[in-house]
Design a protein around this ligand. Structure first.
Ligand code: TYM
Length: 326
């Protein structure tokens, strides 16, 4: 069976970009693949959260993943920091990563260009830890949004370098993108992300979602309610593509291009459809929140399974690289 590893940072609860770009695929791939899904708290440390915030974010993201349909009976759901082999392999891989490759990483450049103060060494070497996350399970496939494809390229390069030096051990993992690999934020400018504050939370209630949509940028040419709009240039149209039934999409397209419906009507329909889609997820999340010990138990069991796999790989790695087992 083909094996998957993917990860998500606990920097707050999941947003619609995470859901459409990654989580939906995580859930769908559970029948076909052997799946390892990780809440990557060591990666989130690069943003230097308080201890309390990090702990509560791990719990909240785990709840969002379980509520979305990640099934601990079929997948291993675990916390990255509980499996110390990730950090150990990251060190070994860092000795096989050339600086030129790290310097090309656009995510590091984007995250640090607005605020050079956030550029710590952890953020710079972040893609090496990501490579270790994947390789320590010898995963063959990695479901991610488009923004992670470059990190996957680096993982493949590191796997090739390791093979060149020590022989065959790791597969070169392939990125698996969803049909919506890049979801824009409500500003219509950049990808949806928590750090940009342009996101809609997966578990947000109707009033919060509507407040975000009310401020969302739509077709910039449509200045008045009576102007015909162009859905194809409207950022919200793509969200309709994910949440609105086909019939209603046709009506909206027609109504927008003939100015029979305005952006406010269109936003209201989108809000209703997002809420209808996410309501079962919110409901499961409420139940899970009422049982935090049960959620921690799921992680405990996942951590144990992940440790068994990771330590088996590391025994092979140590032997290959010449580390004494004494
Ligand atoms: P993170 O936590 O930023 O995002 C988690 C997943 O959500 C996807 N995603 C999006 N997809 C479409 N549109 C968007 N606006 C959007 N925003 C986020 C991301 O592509 C990702 O799949 N470095 C990773 C976490 C990581 C990882 C790994 C991933 C650590 N180790 C190993 C895969 C394998 C990250 O920061 O994702």
């Amino acid at each position: 069976m083909k094996r998957i590893l993917s990860g998500m940072q606990p920097t707050g609860s999941a947003h619609l970009g995470n859901y459409l770009g990654a989580i939906r695929n995580w859930v769908d791939m559970q029948d076909e693949y052997e799946c390892f899904y990780s809440v990557v708290d060591l990666h989130a440390l690069t943003t230097r959260p308080s201890a309390e915030k990090l702990r509560s974010n791990v719990l909240e993201l785990t709840i969002a993943l379980l509520a979305s349909g990640v099934d601990p009976e079929r997948s291993v759901l675990f916390v990255q920091s509980a499996v110390k082999e990730h950090a150990e392999l990251a060190w070994i891989l860092s000795c096989h990563t050339v600086l030129g490759d790290l310097n090309r990483m656009t995510q590091f450049k984007e995250k640090t260009e607005d605020d050079p103060g956030v550029a710590n060494a952890g953020l710079y070497t972040y893609p090496i830890l990501q490579a270790a996350d994947i390789m320590v399970y010898r995963a063959t496939h990695v479901p991610v949004g488009e923004d992670q494809n470059q990190h996957l390229e680096l993982t493949r390069e590191v796997a090739r370098r390791f093979r060149h030096h020590y022989g065959e051990l790791f597969p070169e993992p392939a990125a698996v993108n969803s049909p919506t690999p890049r979801v824009l934020g409500v500003d219509g400018q950049t990808k949806m992300s928590k750090s940009k504050g342009n996101h809609i939370g997966l578990l947000e209630e109707a009033d919060e979602v509507m407040a975000k949509l009310r401020g969302a940028v739509t077709d910039p040419q449509r200045l008045r309610r009576t102007d015909p709009g162009c859905p194809e240039v409207c950022n919200l149209w793509s969200l309709h593509g994910s949440f609105t039934p086909d019939e209603q999409q046709k009506e909206i397209h027609e109504g927008c291009t003939t100015a029979t419906i305005g952006c406010v009507d269109c936003k209201k329909m989108l809000c209703d459809n997002i809420i209808a889609h996410t309501e079962p997820i919110r409901e499961r999340a409420r139940a899970l929140r009422a049982d935090p010990d049960g959620v921690m138990d799921v992680l405990r069991q996942g951590n144990e399974k992940a440790r068994a796999e990771a330590s088996a790989t590391m025994a092979l790695v140590r032997e290959r690289v010449g580390i004494w087992d004494v």
